[in-house]
Design a protein around this ligand. Structure first.
Ligand code: ADP
Ligand code: MG
Length: 319
């Protein structure tokens, strides 16, 4: 790292209480001038919020996280983040300072883990900051401990299980000690027990006072990891923004944005429709992961939310 880069490696100005960390005005993003991923997005996120970005596949969640991380700039509208213009950050200005404060954990941990050992990956960011050996080591120890993977420090990332890789990828961001952590589908494609371990770890990250923005299409994790839910439609527009309990109780909304779907059932002469979580099997019943949280996990104290059937309507007792 050059001296001038080191000189600029100062903490970004702290954002005062009540001031937004992120302020998005009429933001749009279009890939290759053709594929519209986001349109007309207005969004303000304040320090300490735990936000779930909820939407079906292709609704623009990953694109929105990339914009919040300054990986790309908006093709329409403006984004201010931590007092900086994200278009300028994406163009390379102040990127170093910005990425000390905002860290993105990609959905695919193989993108994030590229070193010979987990420890090397977790140390990569702090080393870029030009910190002393002792401080790098302390940050790595803390991040590995927080993710419960201190015992994996010397393992090669390719030897790890899916859940271990996710934890290593998060640790590689935590070691930078950012105030904002963006997580893209952190619980997707994990086995049930590992999924609830991740939920527990996300809750701990939030309890440590960080601002968390988590993209997911899994309804059951939302009330456990977020105090605010922003719902994206399949057209990449924000169609709801509110408390998890209120948003998740809005069955018509969830059907409209393709997070639950409806089936018409016929039992002899009787026909009725009812809803399913999209990721759930057709015949419903509790998801295979329900109740598999680790004993000490808050996830086991708060039952995962179930999407209610149409009020007063019949439930499907048999296929
Ligand atoms: P989500 O994360 O909610 O699944 P994405 O942000 O990945 O949604 O994608 C939003 C939309 O942008 C989709 O229509 C997707 O096909 C499109 N898209 C995503 N990445 C690219 C890309 N690199 N090139 C072109 N279109 C893309
Ligand atoms: Mg995505």
């Amino acid at each position: 790292m050059t001296d001038s880069a080191l000189a600029r490696a100062v903490k970004a100005d702290p954002v005062g209480p009540g001031e937004p960390l992120f302020d998005l005005r009429d933001v749009g993003y279009t890939y290759s001038s053709r594929q519209v991923a986001l349109a007309g997005v207005n969004l303000t996120i304040r320090p300490g919020e735990r936000v779930a970005l909820l939407g079906a596949n292709g609704s623009g969640k990953s694109t929105l996280l990339k914009l919040l991380d300054g990986v790309v700039g908006p093709t329409q509208g403006s984004i201010r983040a931590l007092g900086l213009d994200v278009a300028a950050v994406a163009a390379g200005e102040d990127g170093f300072r910005f990425h000390r404060e905002v860290g993105l954990v990609f959905q695919d941990p193989d993108i994030q883990l590229f070193s010979a050992t987990v420890l090397d990956d977790v140390a990569f960011g702090p080393l870029q900051l030009g910190l002393s050996k002792e401080e790098v080591r302390e940050r790595c120890d803390d991040a590995l401990r927080e993710m419960g993977i201190a015992h994996l420090a010397d393992r090669a990332p390719f030897e790890l299980s899916g859940g271990e890789k996710k934890r290593a990828a998060i640790a590689s961001v935590l070691s930078l000690r950012p105030q904002v952590i963006l997580l893209d589908e952190p619980t997707a494609s994990l086995d049930p027990r590992t999924k609830w371990v991740l939920v527990d770890l996300i809750q701990r990250m939030a309890a440590a006072g960080r601002t968390l923005i988590v993209a997911t299409h899994e309804l059951d994790v939302v009330p456990l990891i977020a105090d605010r839910v922003v719902v994206l439609s399949e057209e990449g527009r924000i169609v709801a923004d509110g408390r998890p309990a209120a948003v998740l109780a809005d069955r018509d909304l969830l059907v409209r944005v393709n997070l639950i779907h409806e089936h018409l059932h016929e039992h002899g002469a009787v026909a009725h429709s009812h809803s399913h979580v999209v990721s759930e099997g057709h015949h419903g019943g509790p998801p295979p992961d329900a109740g598999e949280a680790p004993a000490e996990s808050a996830a086991s104290r708060d039952a995962p939310i179930r999407v209610p059937p149409r009020s007063g309507g019949p439930t499907c007792a048999r296929p």
